[in-house]
Design a protein. Structure first.
Length: 175
């Protein structure tokens, strides 16, 4: 679970995870998220972003944020949205929510899955559609991603982040 009531609860906010997330976004050329996802950090206003919405037919400038574009995937491709946002190279950081994550399952080069094993969010919002019937790890694997070694972020709390990387086409059946 990654949220409750459309927002990340305080019990899921860990200093090491926050630092990893923030530094990753600082390296991204574009941030992609839904209307309820945001990072609320000092560098947030400087980051170019696409906000998924059904409130526009295809693409529009966000009247409240000069660094943001509104994107309706039903009306424009991701490539068209990137071009509209003025981004033609670099990393796109997909920061959620669940529907946004799911849209990119077959496109991720790497998905960074953070785990806080001692925290439970009964009734929380799952990170992907299909959870809890399947685990996030099963969903990522079913889309051709393979887990790397977990990286400790907050060892005292057991919080880790695991890179799930797309296998090269030539080795997809190997292993």
């Amino acid at each position: 679970m990654l949220a409750r009531g459309g927002a990340m609860p305080d019990e899921l906010k860990f200093p090491g995870d926050k630092a990893f997330f923030s530094s990753s976004l600082d390296r991204a050329a574009l941030i992609v998220h839904g209307r309820n996802s945001y990072e609320d950090q000092p560098n947030s206003p400087r980051r170019q972003r696409l906000i998924l919405t059904r409130q526009v037919a295809a693409l529009a400038l966000d009247p409240s944020n000069p660094k943001a574009c509104l994107w309706n995937p039903a009306g424009a491709s991701f490539e068209a949205a990137c071009a509209f946002a003025g981004v033609d190279a670099g990393t796109a950081a997909i920061i959620g929510g669940p529907g946004v994550f799911a849209m990119f399952l077959d496109r991720y080069d790497t998905f960074w899955l953070s785990l806080a094993p001692h925290i439970r969010l009964p009734g929380g919002e799952a990170c992907f559609p299909g959870v809890p019937e399947r685990t996030p790890q099963q969903i990522l694997a079913s889309h051709g991603l393979k887990a790397g070694a977990p990286i400790p972020l907050d060892p005292a709390e057991g919080v880790t982040v695991t890179p799930w990387r797309r296998l090269p086409a030539s080795s997809a059946g190997a292993g």
